[in-house]
Write a protein that binds this ligand. Structure first.
Ligand SMILES: [Zn+2]
Length: 168
């Protein structure tokens, strides 16, 4: 009997798709931005010509968010100073939106993009009142995304006025 939860099977399939692309020398993120075939329909928190902000499909906690810089860069070391400025500024806005929309006490920021063929992205991990403080939050167990559309729209509603006030 197969007792693996269906979301774990889905995640395994997603990882297999990414690995298959890597073996062919194709960036999974660029491929998804062009076709939508990797992550499928994701409710966007924010999207423009340069950036896409979405909820992680297998979050480590409520509001686990991914900020993608669309042009292909392997990791943050390949960003120009101007690109880094824009990316970090957007992250700042999303952090404040997560605090406002979800009442996060703090939001941790992480980027790795290690291993073969990667694409620069930033992960944001909210911490809520009563959660333990510290780096263990970076490796909390994943789970399925629940009410993703509603959650994304809550964060988007908090983010848009911040972006409009401060201009990217
Ligand atoms: Zn790419």
């Amino acid at each position: 009997m197969n007792t693996t939860p269906s979301w774990e099977q889905d995640r395994h399939q997603l990882n297999q798709k990414i690995e298959a692309l890597r073996k062919r020398g194709i960036c999974y993120s660029c491929h998804d931005l062009a076709t939508g075939l990797i992550f499928g329909q994701q409710a966007p928190i924010y999207e423009d010509d340069q950036f896409k902000v979405v909820l992680d499909p297998y979050p480590r906690m409520l509001g686990h968010t991914i900020v993608v810089y669309k042009p292909h860069r392997e990791d943050i070391s390949e960003l120009s100073v101007e690109e880094a400025r824009s990316l970090f500024q957007l992250c700042l806005h999303v952090v404040n939106a997560l605090k406002a929309a979800l009442h996060a006490e703090k939001v941790y920021l992480n980027t790795m993009c290690d291993g073969s063929i990667n694409h620069v992205h930033i992960q944001l991990f909210p911490r809520y009142a009563g959660d333990p403080i510290g780096s263990k939050r970076f490796v909390l167990p994943r789970g399925p995304l629940e009410n993703g559309e509603e959650l994304a729209s809550q964060i988007r509603y908090a983010l848009l006025p911040i972006v409009e006030r401060q201009e990217l």
